[in-house]
Design a protein around this ligand. Structure first.
Ligand code: AMP
Length: 389
């Protein structure tokens, strides 16, 4: 999801800009002014309550705003993002927006403030008043609306300035130039979204080779906890020696060892488009750890793929691998191979089941030649990129 609030005094051009943005970015448009006018036209209880306040150019109460917003947001929770116009108009409403976003497990990306001098606002609104049919577009009420803006709405900027997601643009220029600047801001926001993929599958299903190839093709960082552990072994560190022992006994390496390696790998990966996690999370505990690490970095899992291969094929592949130079310390004997498969079944399958409750887990048939499976995986990743918001 991408959520943007357009901010600025009445007449800044928020409505005009919105029309273009909702189309281009497929956003759900929420103008509290429009919603209130609808209530008014339908003469609902809320509409009648707000009528005289709107007519006077004052701000309606936060209670009314929450009521009209809550339903609209809930009914459109599947939207690809929201564009707010005329909200938040008070610092209290900034907190309300935060709460509404949390309910959808998302947040406001940024508040774009379109700045125009007061005289220009008045001139534009008077001009609009000739055709808008809005009774509040007359000079006396316009002045009241601008006073409300100065007194109650302008302080909202401080809230977002402190949060670091406030961006000001000059609204006193041709419409298309303002549009171009807003587009630039939104495109930047979209580029910040990372594609974080978790690849699941039994040992021998091809997770590693597919993960590496996919990472290369899509500019993602491949994170294999197994590979990081192997590096420790190769370097012959004390930690490496302990890990070798654990491998030989077929037990999982404890989280105290894996997690710090994972954290530093993420920290050191800059300007990547996202991560591909392979071999982590392997246990329910690790799934909570991964969620926590991602959350701390303001990332989240955006795609989960489970590669499926029959047990006979897995054993045959692992057995073959054990007879080549690619043999891993943990697949030197049938006994070890079986133990690994069992570990996956007991500890990792519940993780996949957990994710299935909250995410769409893509199932990919891994029983084909590498290139064919790669195409299937790439298809899923590209789908993920399209939904990335
Ligand atoms: P607008 O169409 O955004 O210019 O809003 C027209 C009028 O609706 C305003 O002058 C207010 O009376 C009322 N209104 C719209 N949005 C809000 C809001 N977020 N909080 C309080 N009052 C609002």
């Amino acid at each position: 999801m991408i959520n943007i609030a357009l901010f600025g005094p009445p007449g800044a051009g928020k409505g005009t800009q919105s029309a273009f943005l909702i189309e281009k970015y497929d956003l759900f448009y929420i103008s509290t002014g429009d919603l209130l006018r609808k209530e008014l036209a339908e003469e609902t209880k809320l509409g009648l309550e707000a009528k005289s306040i709107i007519a006077a150019g004052k701000l309606v109460s936060d209670e009314i705003i929450v009521q009209i917003l809550e339903n609209t947001i809930k009914e459109n929770s599947q939207a690809r993002g929201f564009l707010f116009d005329g909200f938040p108009r008070t610092t209290i409403q900034a907190y309300i927006l935060e709460g509404l976003m949390i309910q959808l497990n998302t947040s406001l990306n940024c508040l774009i403030s379109i700045e125009v001098p007061e005289d220009e606002s008045v001139a534009r609104l008077l001009n609009r008043g000739l055709t808008s049919g809005r009774s509040d577009d007359n000079e006396l009420i316009i002045r009241n609306r601008l006073k409300e803006y100065d007194d109650k709405t302008l302080p909202v900027l401080n809230y977002y300035r402190e949060k670091g997601n406030y961006i000001a643009i000059d609204g006193f220029q041709p419409v298309d130039q303002v549009t171009a600047q807003i587009e630039e801001i939104i495109n930047k926001e979209l580029n910040k979204k990372l594609m974080n993929v978790v690849i699941f599958g039994y040992p021998g299903c091809g997770r590693g080779s597919q993960g590496i190839a996919l990472a290369k093709k899509y500019g993602l960082e491949y994170i294999s906890t197994g590979r990081m552990l192997e590096e420790e072994i190769k370097e012959g560190t004390e930690l490496g020696k302990r890990i070798t022992q654990m491998y030989e006994n077929g037990v999982l390496v404890p989280d105290e060892i894996v997690v710090p390696l994972l954290i530093s790998k993420i920290k050191n990966s800059q300007s990547v488009k996202g991560f591909i996690f392979k071999g982590f999370p392997r246990t329910l505990v690790q799934s909570y750890i991964l969620d926590g690490i991602l959350k701390k970095n303001k990332f989240k899992i955006t795609k989960i793929i489970d590669i499926q291969v029959s047990t006979l094929e897995l054993i045959s592949r692992l057995d073959k691998r054990s007879k080549t130079s690619q043999c891993k310390p943990y697949d030197t004997s049938t006994e070890k191979i079986v133990r690994r498969l069992k570990e996956h079944e007991e500890k990792t399958i519940p993780v996949i089941d957990k994710y299935k409750q909250k995410h769409d887990v893509a199932i990919v048939n891994g029983e084909a030649e590498f290139e064919i499976v790669f195409e299937r995986m790439a298809f899923e990743i590209e789908k993920g990129f399209k939904n990335l918001r």
